[in-house]
Design a protein around this ligand. Sequence first.
Ligand SMILES: O=P(O)(O)OC[C@@H](O)[C@@H](O)c1c[nH]c2ccccc12
Length: 248
Amino acid sequence: MHPLIEGILSATELRMAGAKQSFDHLKSRDLVGSAISARRRGLIPVIAEIKPRAISRPLRAGEAGEIARFYESRGACGISVLTEPTYFLGSISSLEEARRSTSLPVLRKDFIINRKQIREARADLVLLIVSIADIEDLIEDVRAAGMEPLVEVHDEHELDRAANAGATIVGINNRDLITLEVDLGRFEALGPIARDIGLFTVAESGVSSREEALRMMNAGADALLIGNSIMKNPALLGEITGVDIKAT
Ligand SMILES: O=P(O)(O)OC[C@@H](O)[C@@H](O)c1c[nH]c2ccccc12
């Protein structure tokens, strides 16, 4: 494992020792339905990520809500919010703000390794990374809390594990968690296999143009997850989804 990821995991363990557990059971928002409706409107379905690390500073109060509303206006079908504070500069309050500010399904992006973390915040989807977590148990915990797991895989072995554990939405990460390098060929190799077994597939990481987005769609992606490029240049999102800005 990359030393950075190891550092994040130990910081997470420490933080969780004193974490609060608050939770409401409001109705969950449906990512699959939202992605399908985006496609019906002729848009590329993008889960747009709020990722403070990409701009090298934590967000100001209110900023996560503003970004979420902007993403919604540019045709996003979902919002992803990094909540990991130590390296990614994220926060639970950004997640709550983003969810309050739009009606889109919101994905909590963090390094979830225990069930306490799952009940820390209300999201619609929770990322579970096969290579770091005991997903066989955590998938059930996420569903018991009224949310849906988005299970992240990097290779065929992890994909099998996700499918056997009951995942229905999988994220195929183009970024290698050991070298942190991006290769869009990873989704092209694994996406079709995941689709063939009936999973909803999200192509994660490394997309920074309409062409690259189309490349992932041609490989069978049901949705894309994009962070860095749109945090740095938010106007890019409308180009990628294909939204008609004049109509918004
Ligand atoms: O910023 P990018 O290259 O567009 O990637 C977004 C998203 O896929 C990436 O942030 C991500 C994918 N899996 C993760 C797990 C933890 C933290 C972050 C991630």
